[in-house]
Design a protein around this ligand. Sequence first.
Ligand code: PBG
Length: 333
Amino acid sequence: MQFPEYRPRRMRRSEGLRRMIRETRLSVDNLVYPLFICPGREVRRPISTMPGQSQVSVDQAVIEAKECLDLGIPAVILFGVPDDAKKDRVGSDAWHNDGLVQQACRAIKRACPELVVILDSCFDEYTSHGHCGVVMPEAGWPDVDNDATLENLGRVVVSQAKAGADLVAPSGMMDGFVTASREALDEAGYSHVGIMAYSAKYASCFYGPFRQAAGTASGFGHRKSYQMDPANSDEAIREAALDQDEGADVLMVKPALAYLDVIARLHEECDLPLAAYNVSGEYAMLKAAVEKGLVGEEQAVLEVLTSIRRAGAGIILTYHAKDAARWLAHSSR
Ligand code: PBG
């Protein structure tokens, strides 16, 4: 194909032609809306670092869930934001049968049985030190004890399955976390509950706004001994291959935007459905740019979400989900 015989602009002359050759479809089916569950009744605490998002009590989470269902969004993912008084060194409230996400899951499933509920299976919202597992300061440098954390993880995923979760999402980047989750679920009679594995979760600064909202800014150290080095992508393939072999149902890359190449590689090299988490810092940056009048919100959000879709993620966890669902209902994307 050569100019002047081939002129690519011919197929860009009208919206009809552009629609006909559009390669990537972004649909409401691709979206998952994250919710932060806090204690209390009729509570809505706006999150200052994430304009437009709030921490909500269980009753308000049900209202949010109904709204998602009405907008055609297929799934929500829930995070717990317990009071400091509930936190301890191992994060035991994470596996409480009446914990925040367990309660919220039951209430949402009662009100909207057809909405998919994903529960984030981690400890950092529940530990006094803010790390993603059992910390063993006795072992020298404060680090998370992998295998002790796996034992507790089994308890978490079973309590979440009991609450009616469709998918559990172990997010702590412990080695063997899919095996531990699968075995615990199967032993407890929940072989039908799926696992969305945070396969390639990077030690990223883009979680900042979420950590402020969830109160999980670690009191000491950092997470580089369990979350991945942003410089690596071969390692992401190895992590994903492990999760796939261990029985994961969905793989995830997190964050999304600075890691589109990683999403594309996993899409090429792995067989499982692929998710990407468009995290709080990515959301907050876009919102800040909109507020400054630098970009238009609808176009920016749909362009960003389309880029994640184009890279190969079929599932996008995003705080923009409700807005995007409304815009998509009125556009031809
Ligand atoms: C960890 C967790 C993180 C996020 C949600 N759960 C990452 C972290 O703090 O290490 C980040 C979500 C976001 O930034 O949107 N359980």
